[in-house]
Design a protein around this ligand. Structure first.
Ligand code: NAD
Length: 429
């Protein structure tokens, strides 16, 4: 297995600048308390670990992992772990900050964090990934914990990786606390304390948001044509649930290919192909390959970015002809891209609202573990739907109050809750 990908990888996605611009804009408009603004402009702690792992070829490689804890005024830190070569301290910071806004907006008792390992996991065997994950967990030590900081899956991490983290974390504690520690992570497999429905929670939530959006505009999702960037957890489940509403998937892009078929692509057949092909869509026979650069300009009604940050930019936003961009990914639209979309009257369902189904699902998994209960998928999906409805209603009301776009109003709802908490509680000492 090669170990040189980290050095060769493209660095920096520029997401930190985007989140800080969004924050400054909302803080100005709502006139956020200056002290609270200072606190929220910084991350509480930033953990960088370097840890050795023996690879299958017998050689030792040293990996770099991150955990940035932005804010915990509302509860334990919460946020995913990403395994990707573009992960660096700035990306972890930006993603941690977005988590603070997201959990606050959703009304959850959580703060915001994010992290991961700077690797291309496709370069490593399953055994190597297990050792990397376990050693990363060990290196994080007591910086994570079920009442302190609770990671979850993100790009290139999944239920299996969460199970290894839970097992490593609890195995390094006293045996008497083993089961009290399993909820150090969410997004676990069902047999390891996972929640039925957590796997689909983010995509389900994206579609719950789109249903509300359609209701507001008196549109019918049935017959609407949509495109999805990213065909992992969020992209697949969004396509799955949008098809149930009668919408038609006409194009999908992932890191390996861009596929197009005006008659419609079957996401279930595409998933089967992708699962058998290292989670890549390339080579799928049910659609034609097209130029990646023309993807966002395809005529359609709904665009779902569900891959990485900064994908809709000043360069390509002008080509978007859709009615709405539903941000499944975190930070997919940069500031220049957003301005163009707004000028062209393309609605944006902002990431901190649109993809919040994932962290809401995680919250219910954590509660289920804490209470030693097992819940049914129908109850879970209904609870996620209700919470998203509540958030969207608040975002619409606040958007009318301040006469601002949905992203800014989502920020204002989130920041008001944090501001209130700081004002009531005061600052120690
Ligand atoms: P994943 O690893 O399951 O899938 C990522 C997908 O993006 C893959 O299909 C990959 O090929 C594709 N991709 C990577 N680079 C690309 C590129 N340059 N161009 C096009 N496609 C590319 O990840 P996921 O869990 O589905 O996460 C996707 C996004 O959703 C991320 O921004 C993540 O932060 C966000 N998110 C995830 C969750 C969750 O519950 N998993 C929750 C909220 C937000």
């Amino acid at each position: 297995m090669t170990t040189t990908t980290v050095e060769k990888a493209p660095r920096k996605q520029g997401m930190y600048e985007v989140v800080m611009e969004q924050f400054a804009h909302a803080a100005d408009i709502m006139d956020l308390d200056p002290g609270v603004r200072k606190i929220l402009a910084k991350t509480n702690s930033e953990i960088v670990v370097h840890f050795p792992v023996r690879l299958d070829n017998g050689k030792i490689e040293v990996f770099t992992g991150y955990r940035v804890q932005h804010n915990n005024a509302l509860g334990p830190y919460k946020g995913g772990l990403r395994y990707h070569p573009t992960l660096d301290i700035d990306a972890a910071r930006a993603l941690a900050i977005w988590m603070t806004w997201k959990t606050s907006l959703a009304g959850l008792p959580y703060g915001g964090a994010k992290g991961g390992v700077e690797i291309d996991p496709k370069q490593y065997s399953q055994g190597e990934l297990e050792r990397i994950t376990r050693r990363f967990t060990y290196a994080l030590g007591d910086n994570i914990g079920p009442d302190l900081d609770i990671p979850a899956p993100d790009v290139n991490t999944n239920a299996q990786i969460m199970a290894w983290i839970a097992d490593t974390f609890s195995s390094t504690k006293s045996p008497s606390t083993r089961f009290a520690n399993l909820h150090v992570v969410t997004g676990k497999p069902l047999g390891a304390g996972g929640l039925e429905g957590r796997d689909r929670a983010t995509g389900f939530g994206v579609v719950a948001n789109l249903k509300t959006w359609a209701k507001i505009h008196k549109h019918d999702l049935k017959g609407m044509r949509f495109i999805v960037q990213g065909f992992g957890n969020v992209g697949y489940w969004t396509a799955h649930f949008l098809l149930k509403e009668g919408a038609i998937l006409i194009a999908v892009q992932d890191a390996t290919a861009t596929l197009h078929d005006e008659k419609g692509i079957d996401p279930e057949a595409l998933l089967e192909h992708s699962d058998a092909n290292g989670r890549n869509i390339k080579g799928f026979k049910g659609a034609k390959e097209m130029e990646p650069k023309d993807f966002f300009a395809l005529p359609c009604d709904i665009v779902v970015p569900a891959a990485l940050g900064n994908q809709i930019t000043g360069e390509n936003a002008g080509g978007i002809k859709a009615k709405v961009v539903a941000e499944g990914a975190n930070g997919p639209t940069n500031t220049a891209g957003e301005e163009i979309l707004r000028k062209n009257k393309v609605d944006i369902i902002p990431d901190i609202l649109c993809n919040s189904g994932g962290v809401i699902g995680s919250y219910y998994e954590w509660l289920q573990n804490k209470r030693s209960e097992i819940w049914k998928i129908e109850e879970v999906l209904k609870m996620i739907h209700d919470k998203i409805d509540t958030s969207f209603t608040q975002v619409i009301a606040t958007s009318a109050e301040f006469k601002v776009d949905w992203r800014t109003s989502a920020y204002i709802v989130a920041l008001r809750r944090l501001e209130k908490t700081y004002k009531e509680r005061g600052i120690f000492p």
